[in-house]
Design a protein. Structure first.
Ligand SMILES: Cc1cc2nc3c(=O)[nH]c(=O)nc-3n(C[C@H](O)[C@H](O)[C@H](O)COP(=O)(O)OP(=O)(O)OC[C@H]3O[C@@H](n4cnc5c(N)ncnc54)[C@H](O)[C@@H]3O)c2cc1C
Ligand SMILES: *[C@@H]1O[C@H](CO)[C@@H](O)[C@H](O)[C@H]1NC(C)=O
Ligand SMILES: *[C@@H]1O[C@H](CO)[C@@H](O)[C@H](O)[C@H]1NC(C)=O
Ligand SMILES: *[C@@H]1O[C@H](CO)[C@@H](O)[C@H](O)[C@H]1NC(C)=O
Ligand SMILES: *[C@@H]1O[C@H](CO)[C@@H](O)[C@H](O)[C@H]1NC(C)=O
Ligand SMILES: *[C@@H]1O[C@H](CO)[C@@H](O)[C@H](O)[C@H]1NC(C)=O
Ligand SMILES: *[C@@H]1O[C@H](CO)[C@@H](O)[C@H](O)[C@H]1NC(C)=O
Ligand SMILES: *[C@@H]1O[C@H](CO)[C@@H](O)[C@H](O)[C@H]1NC(C)=O
Ligand SMILES: *[C@@H]1O[C@H](CO)[C@@H](O)[C@H](O)[C@H]1NC(C)=O
Length: 482
């Protein structure tokens, strides 16, 4: 079951450092993406962050601030030691553990909080977040910075809960950005991809804890995708807060094809007056795995009803994953064509170690953060502003590198195939392919974001290869030796 979900990343880094000698290795949660820096730095407080950054500015050192590494690509990788003539540092703000419950239904927290611990702490005060991802394994700033989200046509991503934050730029200047004084700038900083500086604390909206009723229903699958997705489409009209876990496919090693499982399931959430025993956490059923394909209802406090603790991660084997956001109006077309396109790739998967393939559907209300995958800036007047979210997981039964590389390669193909047709945007931390031209068309505020990026980081200390290639930060190519 849980492998690394329960271990604090800095601890992991220390252990790895002890094992590997002087180089500092960073890995993501699955250990398939990593980098090697000269140092690992964990300042003890905000002043320590400022001092460190001030000292590194004249040296133009490379600095990658990391959360908990729960991603599927190179967003968070540091620039490898020796790759340029600059020193490469990994910085963790894990020691910044401030917590203030404010009078206006907000909390101010240091960047060291993990979502799981923070949610538990808030519960003690009868408070909760309205918006969470399906998991609570992330660092709070790491989750916000990439636009982590759950499901619901009236629900926005976690970053929209941010009303203020404090950030240290490359010169070591500490700045407060808040809704009242810098409301436009906050739209750039909410989803910042780690590119705008080190965020030392955030102020987030909270609400009194309330109960949700979760209903899980078994659905019948069929190879007639039009029929299958028409049914899902009508379910989405009935339930505004719903995740569909499926369809599920199993690799048939005899025929070397994907066989659709006869059933899959959907869960939806609604308010309730129930105040009895909380029982959603009896079976997390996270990531579409486990004994979850059955009809049941449960009741729980919001965060426990919609998201799960680290124990809910049921697969510790390599998996590749894509997640795309598209205007909900395209739901049928996207669902059918992505599924057919995936099936057309099956011959490429022959002879590898695949086990399961799981589709997942969610919805999300759009927002105005510049780099939000659900940003509404290029939508037309007829669009509802609600996004559909399609995820495909390719899961293995062993950690086989060849299979992973093969899957990662064609994971990137989906956006090239459908990006412009469906106005689709990738999750930043889930196999986003390099395509600055597409990025500009789906993130119309990218030029403004890059202006702020240059102001915050004039010497390209906070960027890496992923950011340069994804966002087209040409001015930083030579600095990174690209
Ligand atoms: C099993 C699994 C399930 C997931 N489920 C969901 C889901 O339901 N919904 C969803 O939207 N996503 C989901 N994700 C993706 C996940 O929420 C995001 O990848 C999130 O960014 C991970 O946070 P982290 O702290 O672990 O990330 P990291 O990769 O460590 O950091 C993410 C980004 O934040 C930046 N950052 C971190 N700390 C700071 C700081 N103090 N200042 C400035 N920048 C900072 C980093 O530089 C990086 O760019 C899932 C991922 C996994 C592996
Ligand atoms: C991450 O970057 C490395 C180095 O450029 C590359 O080999 C690898 O394929 C990348 N991984 C992913 C998942 O994009
Ligand atoms: C590092 O390399 C760049 C070119 O990539 C060069 O302009 C710079 O002077 C070098 N700096 C040092 C300290 O050697
Ligand atoms: C939280 O709510 C419970 C039940 O209503 C109550 O007993 C408790 O005192 C509350 N805690 C706080 C910190 O308000
Ligand atoms: C706005 O900025 C001023 C100083 O520039 C500060 O005193 C004030 O607290 C800020 N407002 C808010 C709402 O934080
Ligand atoms: C699925 O099919 C079974 C019979 O094959 C039927 O009893 C059941 O009602 C169907 N479920 C749904 C949600 O349509
Ligand atoms: C909760 O109870 C109130 C008052 O009895 C009622 O008006 C409301 O409809 C109930 N809500 C739900 C979701 O059952
Ligand atoms: C949770 O409790 C409710 C109310 O007692 C009950 O109806 C439901 O079946 C329980 N669900 C599970 C999964 O145990
Ligand atoms: C989606 O599928 C339909 C029907 O097969 C096809 O006509 C259409 O061109 C496809 N769209 C894209 C963007 O591939």
């Amino acid at each position: 079951m849980v492998v690394f979900g329960g271990i604090r990343l800095p601890l992991l880094l220390l252990l790895l450092n002890a094992a590997f000698g002087s180089a500092h290795h960073w890995f993501n949660w699955q250990y398939e993406v990593g980098c090697q820096s000269d140092t690992f730095v964990a300042p003890s407080d905000e002043a320590g962050v400022v001092d460190f950054i001030k000292q590194e500015f004249p040296k133009q050192s490379l600095i990658k601030v990391v959360g908990n590494g729960h991603g599927f690509g190179n967003l968070t990788t540091c620039v490898n030691k020796g790759f340029t003539n600059r020193t490469s540092h990994i910085v963790s703000l894990t020691n910044l553990k401030k917590l203030e419950i404010n009078k206006d239904m907000t909390v101010t927290v240091g960047a060291g909080w993990d979502v799981y611990d923070l949610v538990n702490e808030l519960k003690e005060h009868n408070l909760s977040f309205n918006y969470l991802g399906a998991m609570r394994v992330q660092n709070i700033v790491g989750a916000i910075s990439t636009g982590t989200h759950g499901t619901g046509s009236k629900i926005t991503n976690m970053a929209t809960q941010v009303t203020a934050l404090r950030v240290v730029d490359a010169r070591g200047n500490l700045k407060s950005i808040d809704e009242k004084n810098n409301s436009e700038e906050l739209k750039a900083f909410r989803i910042n991809l780690g590119a705008l500086g080190l965020i030392t604390e955030v102020t987030l909206k909270v609400q009194p804890t309330y109960f949700l009723k979760k209903t899980t229903k078994v659905l019948n699958a069929t190879n007639d995708y039009n029929k299958l997705y028409t049914e899902l489409s009508s379910l989405y009209k009935k339930h505004d807060r719903m995740t569909v876990w499926g369809p599920h496919f199993d690799w048939d090693s005899k025929t070397q094809t994907w066989a659709i499982e006869p059933t899959f399931y959907a869960s939806w959430w609604e308010p309730t007056n129930y105040t009895g025993t909380r029982n959603c956490t009896l079976n997390y059923c996270a990531n579409g795995c486990g004994d979850c394909i059955k009809d049941y209802i449960c009741y729980d406090e919001t965060s426990d009803a919609v998201s799960c603790a680290p124990q809910g991660i049921c697969s510790s084997q390599f998996y590749a994953e894509i997640e795309h956001f598209f205007p909900m109006e395209h739901f049928m077309d996207v669902a059918v064509n992505y599924t057919k396109y995936q099936q057309a790739q099956t011959p490429k998967m022959k002879g590898f170690d695949n086990d399961k393939m799981i589709f997942q559907f969610r919805t999300l209300k759009g927002d105005d953060s510049y780099m939000s995958p659900a940003n509404t800036y290029n939508l037309g007047p007829k669009d509802s502003g609600v996004f559909g979210v399609l995820e495909i997981d390719w899961m293995q039964n062993t950690n086989h590198w060849g299979t992973l590389y093969n899957n990662q390669e064609f994971a990137h193909d989906f956006l090239n195939e459908f990006g412009s047709a469906y106005n689709a945007r990738s999750h930043w931390n889930k196999m986003a392919p390099n395509d600055p031209k597409h990025a500009l068309s789906v993130f119309p505020k990218l030029p403004e974001f890059l202006k702020i990026q240059e102001r915050q980081d004039p010497n390209c200390q906070f960027v890496n290869e992923f950011l340069v290639n994804q966002l087209g930060i040409e001015r930083c190519r030579t600095a990174l030796n690209l």
